[in-house]
Write a protein that binds this ligand. Structure first.
Ligand SMILES: Nc1ncnc2c1ncn2[C@@H]1O[C@H](COP(=O)(O)OP(=O)(O)OP(=O)(O)O)[C@@H](O)[C@H]1O
Ligand SMILES: [Mg+2]
Length: 595
């Protein structure tokens, strides 16, 4: 599926936002919301209206107390007016709250979805070697848990932070208009809050990072453990596995515990500080009223504004750990979005059609620096030819096939396809004409039909049946009550090894590819099935360039060329008859199998 311009822009913008390493995660968060600022401005407006009763109530309260204590010049009507004003504002809260939630939630949920889909698209671009390195559980934790933490952070910022900010501003402004002395007293809370935050910030951040890493480890371990259960059970290693998992879980618990402790200390210290401040404020305003510098009703007003300020500052402080968690998740997601190990075909040559001529020119390959698996490989495969790769286990046959697929990039020399260096090609256009039957069959939970026709936009029932027949699957499928629509379980777990392999062959056959790669495609089959499939494969490979790895050398009699791989290179090259006549390495191998 081609990406739409829109999606590419979105991906690029996420990557650009993350690209500048010096940026603080919170700045990155704000950038993620680019394009939604309008909705947030509206949300703030609705918020102010919905929230206004909270700010007006202390004034009303003070008015009513003052009317009651100093009734001269007032009537009962004045009390009524005050009450009506506040009731009207309270009733207005409901519709405004609805509008506010609508604006902010739609923006936040949208960004959440965009972020996840940017991650998923990035995963589809990252190279196969990146995926081999990265555990799937870790990726899952990033896509689910971290994006969720970012979403939580966003709603917190746009709800709590907005409440906190506005409450403080309003309380301070009203106080300022009423009494400069009280205002100055209020302002003193700022440095105290600042010092408390500074004291705890670093350790909260550190504990959060440790906890997040440990959660990712757990996620990866759990995935691995579940996949390993059959092996574990077969070797009666359940208790060992449980012990291993438990020690991992204990690690999470201890990291979580440390995080909780530091957060709780922080919350407790700030709570004590601010409660003390509140008592001092009461004493202070009481003293002012005693000296007749303010009215008695004003004590209630200032006290409730100060309580608001103190509560807001302490809310801000208790939010801090969550902010730390969210920013940690922003960093975590960035680790994937910024990974450079992608298959990038931008500006590379697109192939209109594939002929299937391959050349290995002084090709070398190493998985790790300095440890060459293949060196200076030179051979040629013309279109329509079948080349068989044989050699000991670990000789590098699958590695060569991965060079042909383009999963591996040569570390020296090059591999050419139809005369072009494969590094210069848009490999997607080539792989549309490629079918691979890998050494370890990869199936997904779905029906047999889904697995065979994976990714095909259109196919006819005849084509499907032909592929099934050629792969020698017909009688098996007919024996199933639901036939082609039988579900095969996760990774095809409900099928036998040979059935899985034949399904994988059918998947290759239906694609009508120009290039075919068969890595031990018939290793799990009995001689009878193998012979039958051999005919199908012979049909399949006619007119198509085929790379085949086979341990059973009888199956490659018809190959046009045989390459014996060993010692990091090609030790023999030629047709079956030539190599048998030569009485070299191939002859020895063949003789061993015939005995
Ligand atoms: N991802 C990897 N990272 C590091 N080394 C690897 C990797 N994959 C394979 N190797 C090493 O490269 C060598 C060649 O592996 P390869 O899979 O190509 O062998 P093979 O000829 O296909 O063997 P078999 O017949 O057993 O399938 C082996 O020694 C293996 O340990
Ligand atoms: Mg192999």
């Amino acid at each position: 599926m081609e990406k739409t311009n829109n999606q590419i822009e979105l991906d690029n913008s996420f990557v650009n936002i993350y690209g500048n390493n010096s940026k603080h995660p919170i700045l990155i968060l704000f950038k993620l919301y680019k394009g939604n600022y309008g909705r947030f401005a509206l949300a703030i407006l609705f918020f102010i209206i919905k929230h206004s009763p909270v700010w007006i109530l202390p004034i009303i309260t003070s008015n009513i107390i003052n009317i009651a204590t100093y009734p001269e010049g007032h009537t009962e009507k004045d009390i009524l007016i005050n009450v009506l004003v506040i009731i009207a504002l309270i009733i207005f809260n409901f519709p405004m709250n609805y509008l506010y939630t609508k604006c902010q939630s739609s923006a936040i949920r949208q960004v959440e979805a965009n972020l996840r889909s940017a991650l998923i698209r990035k995963l589809q671009q990252l190279s196969i070697s990146y995926h081999k390195e990265m555990e799937s559980g870790r990726l899952q934790s990033k896509i689910i848990r971290d994006v969720e933490a970012i979403e939580t952070l966003s709603s917190q910022i746009f709800t709590s932070l907005l409440t906190i900010g506005l409450n403080i501003i309003v309380a301070l402004s009203i106080t300022l208009t009423k009494s400069m002395t009280v205002f100055v007293f209020f302002i003193l809370t700022v440095p105290v809050a600042g010092i408390t935050i500074a004291m705890f910030r670093r350790s909260i951040r550190k504990r959060n990072r440790e906890f997040r890493r440990e959660m990712e480890n757990t996620s990866a371990r759990v995935m691995e453990m579940v996949e390993l259960i059959p092996v574990t059970r077969a070797h009666a290693l359940e208790n060992e596995e449980i012990k291993k998992m438990e020690s991992q879980l204990n690690e999470v618990a201890s990291k979580g515990y440390r995080l909780d402790i530091v957060q709780a200390n922080f919350a407790a210290v700030s709570w004590c500080l601010f409660q003390a401040f509140q008592v001092i404020c009461l004493a202070f305003t009481g003293f002012l009223a005693f000296k007749k510098r303010i009215l008695v009703g004003d004590i209630a007003m200032y006290q409730s504004y100060f309580t608001t300020i103190v509560n807001m500052v302490s809310n801000l402080i208790t939010m801090l750990p969550n902010i730390a968690k969210g920013t940690e998740s922003i960093t975590s997601v960035g680790e994937v979005l910024l990974a450079h190990d992608v298959e990038n075909y931008k500006g590379k040559k697109k192939l209109k059609n594939v002929i299937g001529d391959f050349k290995f020119i002084n090709t070398s390959f190493a998985y790790e620096d300095g440890k060459e698996i293949l060196s200076d490989l030179n051979f040629k495969v013309n279109h329509g030819e079948t080349i068989a790769l044989v050699g000991e286990s670990g000789a590098g046959k699958t590695t060569i096939l991965n060079l042909v697929i383009g999963f591996n990039k040569p570390t020296g020399g090059m591999v050419t396809l139809d005369g072009y260096d494969m590094n210069d090609l848009n490999l997607r256009t080539y792989r549309q004409h490629l079918a691979v039957v890998p050494q370890a069959t990869i199936l997904f939970s779905g029906s047999i039909r889904d697995n065979i026709t994976y990714g095909l936009n259109s196919y006819t029932e005849e084509q499907l049946n032909a592929a099934v027949k050629a792969a020698n699957l017909s009688s098996f499928i007919e024996s199933l009550p639901e036939g082609l629509d039988t579900m095969i379980g996760e990774h095809g777990g409900k099928l036998s090894g040979g059935q899985r392999q034949r399904l994988s062959i059918a998947r290759a056959l239906i694609r009508q590819p120009k290039v075919i790669i068969l890595d031990e495609a018939t290793s799990a089959l009995d001689s009878n099935s193998e012979r039958e499939i051999q005919t199908a494969l012979d049909n399949l490979v006619s007119d198509r360039t085929t790379f085949v790895v086979a341990h059973r050398l009888s199956t490659i009699r018809n190959a046009d060329k045989i390459a014996v791989i060993g010692n990091g290179g090609c030790i023999e090259f030629g047709s079956y008859d030539e190599l048998m006549e030569k009485k070299g390495a191939f002859y020895q191998m063949r003789k061993l199998q015939m005995e």
